[in-house]
Design a protein around this ligand. Structure first.
Ligand code: NAI
Length: 300
């Protein structure tokens, strides 16, 4: 089987496999579409086991970016990069190498932060290429860390989705947040301020303790969060968690979260409909971050 035969290789324009000789890093840059402009999407720095999972991930993520950029009305196509996580290398050499690889594509792909990468990493990338965003931040203007903006978009979706279903605001509503990283934390802050009751899970106990302490959240084990007795589920960790196995266990009436590619397959959308669960598509809900990065890149 070749990459062309993968179900997720559907209409991708190009996939670049990168090995940087100086640093030894390995990466994959997928360009799903440039129909609307250069392919824009973040870079994920992650451990993949098995390694082949990285290709599926980057293909699914880059396709999602085409949908997201189009739905947000941005003049960009969809792309994404994954860099294989490895020990023994400084972040500087890893992201300098990524910058060289992105630059060689001559503007076909523009990178930014994603899971496992930071503003500081993108500033290193920017030493080797101008095809990067997510670098600067000043007050409320576009730029820098996009996560609070992503979380704001997720919060609005969650609030409006609930208003549509229940004709009321979030006060007293039970909201489960899976994943308390950059997006999940800021989402918890807003959900708490709106008077909802928070149920949270993360594989990192320190992150759970922080939202417990700051927002009075109730901790739930990562294994139990999807089946917790709740009203709204906000997936803010990794993808494919809504699938044939999990849907029968989900008690939430609404799913609206920041994670990319929450549905494992397209058929899971129909499964959710039959189960009476309203699903707010991730590529619309979580577009706040890319709108912010695009505004920065375009100098708006
Ligand atoms: P992050 O890496 O800061 O946070 C992810 C969190 O999920 C971590 O705390 C991690 O420990 C936790 N986690 C991992 N596996 C878990 C599991 N099985 N159960 C519970 N928790 C688990 O990432 P970030 O930036 O918060 O992104 C979260 C999701 O939102 C990702 O899917 C990302 O692609 C997506 N996203 C992020 C955007 C942004 O602006 N940061 C923009 C659009 C999408």
């Amino acid at each position: 089987m070749t990459a062309f035969d993968l179900v997720d290789f559907d209409g991708h324009e190009a996939v670049h496999f990168v090995r940087d000789v100086d640093s030894g890093i390995e990466a994959i840059i997928a360009v799903h579409s440039t129909a609307l402009g250069p392919a824009v999407g973040g870079c994920r720095y992650w451990s993949y086991e098995p390694r082949g999972a990285a290709l599926i991930d980057v293909l699914r993520l880059s396709r999602g970016m085409s949908y997201k950029n189009a739905m947000a009305g941005l003049p960009f196509g969809g792309g994404k990069a994954v860099v294989f996580k490895r020990s023994g290398l400084s972040p500087y050499s890893i992201f300098a190498a990524l910058g060289r690889a992105v630059d060689k594509l001559g503007g076909l792909y523009i990178t930014a932060e994603d899971v496992g990468t930071t503003v500081t990493d993108m500033q290193v990338v920017a030493r080797s290429t101008r095809f990067v965003s997510g670098l600067r931040s000043s007050g409320d203007v576009a730029g820098g860390n996009s996560s609070p903006k992503t979380a704001y978009g997720v919060f609005i979706s969650l609030q409006e989705g609930w208003r549509y279903l229940a004709a009321r605001n979030l006060a007293g509503v039970r909201v489960a947040v899976q994943g308390l990283g950059a997006v999940g934390y800021y989402l918890c802050q807003r959900v708490h301020q709106a008077g909802a009751r928070l149920f949270v899970a993360d594989v990192d106990d320190d992150r759970v303790r922080r939202v417990q302490r700051e927002f009075g959240a109730v901790p739930v084990s990562p294994q139990a969060i999807l089946s917790a007795d709740i009203d709204i589920l906000a997936p803010c960790a990794l993808g494919a968690i809504v699938n044939a196995d999990t849907i029968p266990r989900i008690s939430a009436r609404l799913i609206a979260g920041g994670a990319n590619n929450q549905l494992a397959t397209a058929e899971d959308g129909e499964r959710l409909r039959l189960a009476g669960i309203l699903y707010a598509p991730d590529y619309i809900v979580n577009s706040g971050g890319i709108i912010c990065a695009a505004s920065e890149y375009l100098g708006e």
